[in-house]
Design a binder for this molecule. Structure first.
Ligand SMILES: Nc1nc(=O)c2c([nH]1)NC[C@@H]1CN(c3ccc(C(=O)N[C@@H](CCC(=O)O)C(=O)O)cc3)C=[N+]21
Length: 288
């Protein structure tokens, strides 16, 4: 048996094409394009690359990106003031603060300043609270992307056993809630779970979001299970070359899993796409 590939990159392109059409259709009534403001502080090279990707994607879709790039010496008060300004700006539909922030700045405190209805990342406590309550909201991008991958792959979580490895606010907790909402029976496992492999082997749908390269091997997988790899780890291989790998040992799972996401080209591209989708959704609501 060879696992079916769940191609997040192809799905991301499909959804972005759809968003592009949607934006073009919405725009005549409005006279302005959807706007996304990305606040980046300091010069973490990985962050800079991500931000460039987001800005390029915005352009491709006919959205406006308001990049705000500040030096690492920026103060909490300066950043707060910029967020308040973006909250009040009618041309801005989505705001995100690129993480991680340089030492000394409090990302959580900044997040609280973002208007929840412009919270393109879906990380504001108001949006996480709405998710818990099952209310419509801007949903965290990575978990929302995972749900889209499952939907597109024809994998309905209803009645299935789902195991989420990892309990972060960014991924583990919200994805567990979304799977629960989709009627899966959900277990959240983590570093203190005894016999993690045995717990994972119960899963019809396994979501790995731990941040440990290649941790999930074949002994964690029920034959035929769906495996979603949220991990994005940069490692150096035997030849000294840098390489991107997930939390899942993809190669060794291919003849055990039923369906699997690759890294790169799996969940990552969907995270960016959901950010764009959230911004368009926020724009649409502002139109109404
Ligand atoms: N406020 C905020 N929101 C975020 O969503 C956020 C953030 N801060 N800080 C950093 C992390 C990381 N992140 C990724 C998104 C897409 C890929 C992605 O598309 N990766 C490609 C490969 C890219 C490559 O080759 O480096 C892939 O998996 O195929 C990776 C990582 C979003 N983050």
């Amino acid at each position: 048996m060879t696992a079916r590939l769940l191609d997040g990159k192809a799905l991301a392109e499909k959804i972005q094409d759809r968003l592009k059409v949607e934006i073009a259709e919405l725009q005549p009534d409005r006279g302005r394009a959807p706007g996304l403001a990305v606040l980046m502080v300091g010069d973490n090279p990985a962050s800079a690359a991500y931000v460039r990707n987001k800005e390029r994607a915005c352009e491709r879709l006919g959205m406006v990106s308001f990049g705000q790039h500040l030096p690492a010496t920026a103060t909490q008060a300066e950043l707060t003031a910029i967020i308040h300004q973006l909250n009040a700006d009618p041309n801005v539909d989505g705001i995100l603060v690129q993480l991680p922030l340089p030492e000394g700045l409090d990302g959580n405190a900044l997040l609280l300043e973002i208007d929840p209805d412009k919270d393109a990342d879906g990380l504001h406590p108001a949006n996480l609270g709405r998710l818990v309550r099952g209310e419509p909201c801007l949903r965290s991008c990575t978990p929302a992307g995972v749900m889209e991958i499952l939907r597109d792959g024809g994998i309905d979580p209803a009645g299935k056993k789902a195991v989420v490895v990892g309990r972060s606010i960014l991924v583990g907790k919200p994805i567990a809630l979304m799977l629960l909402e989709a009627n899966a029976t959900v277990t959240i496992a983590h570093s203190r779970t005894p016999d993690l492999a045995a717990v994972c082997r119960e899963a019809d749908i396994l979501v790995a979001a731990v941040g440990r390269p290649l941790m999930i091997g074949p002994d964690y997988i029920k034959p035929g299970a769906t495996v979603i790899d949220v991990g994005i780890n940069r490692i150096t291989d035997q030849t000294g070359k840098g390489k991107l790998v997930g939390d899942v040992d993809f190669d060794r799972l291919l003849d055990v899993a039923g369906a699997i996401t690759p890294v790169p080209g799996g969940v990552g591209p969907m995270t960016v796409t959901m950010l764009l989708a959230n911004t368009v959704e926020s724009y649409r609501r502002r139109l109404a």
